[in-house]
Each structure stands twice: as structure tokens, then as C-alpha cells.
Design a protein around this ligand. Structure first.
Ligand code: AMP
Ligand code: ZN
Length: 113
């Protein structure tokens, strides 16, 4: 997908600090962390966001969540963490490529909005 920041990270055009990669997904550190551990997990296929998921493109989401659990374990987030996906303008999504934030490493705010 042209002009998609995360597609450029997948292609290597824009560098990232990779945490995990396989043929379907990539996980890398957020450039502006909002918690001591802040990782983004994205599918390699361009999907705009949760609002663009369908029965035919959504299998990657279950794969992402299995890997999120593994990544969190590897990062030492044994006391818990938060997984967030912002959707659209009201949801605060700034990059229109499906991504899940893993936030942890401290007691997170009880406020979610
Ligand atoms: P969202 O606001 O939910 O769309 O999340 C987009 C996230 O991408 C933000 O947390 C940004 O800090 C992060 N981000 C933007 N550019 C980069 C980049 N080049 N490398 C890593 N993370 C980035
Ligand atoms: Zn993309």
C-alpha cells in the first residue's frame, strides 16, 4: 500500500526496532512510548483497521493475539499489560494500518478514555 507508514516499516523502507517477525506479522517498538514497554503488532497484509476486518482477512487477528501473549511473556510483563487498538478519527487512530498496542511495564491508568 503506497504511502502507508506501517507498510513502509514492513518493507524496510522505514527502520524499526523489531521485537518479533514471521511471514504474517511484525512487532516493533513504538517510536513514542506511552509506557515502559510499548510495542505495536501489525499484519503484513495492509488492512486499514479493525473497521476493515472481514471473515476472509481476519484469521491473522487470532495469530496476532497468540503472538501478543508470547511477546508479553518474553518482555517480562508477568504482572499484566494492556492491548489497545484505536479505530478511526474518534478512536484516535493516526496510522490507517491495523495495529495493536501492547502497553505494560508499570501499573497502567484505570482510565481508558
Ligand atoms: P495510533 O495512534 O493508534 O494509530 O498508533 C500509531 C502509533 O504509531 C503511535 O503510538 C505512534 O507513536 C507510532 N508510530 C508512528 N510512527 C512510528 C514509527 N516510525 N516507528 C514506530 N512507531 C511509530
Ligand atoms: Zn499499510
Amino acid at each position: 500500500m503506497e504511502n502507508c507508514l506501517f507498510c513502509k516499516i514492513i518493507s524496510g523502507e522505514i527502520p524499526s526496532t523489531k521485537v518479533y517477525e514471521d511471514e504474517k506479522i511484525l512487532a516493533f517498538r513504538d517510536i513514542a512510548p506511552q509506557a515502559p514497554t510499548h510495542i505495536l503488532v501489525i499484519p503484513k497484509e495492509h488492512i486499514g483497521g479493525v473497521d476493515e476486518l472481514t471473515e476472509s482477512n481476519s484469521a491473522v487477528v487470532s495469530h496476532i493475539f497468540v503472538k501478543i501473549a508470547e511477546i508479553a511473556k518474553n518482555e517480562g510483563l508477568s504482572n499484566g499489560y494492556r492491548v489497545v487498538s484505536n479505530i478511526g478519527e474518534d478512536g484516535g487512530q493516526t496510522v490507517r494500518h491495523l495495529h495493536f498496542h501492547i502497553l505494560g511495564g508499570e501499573k497502567l491508568s484505570e482510565k481508558m478514555s
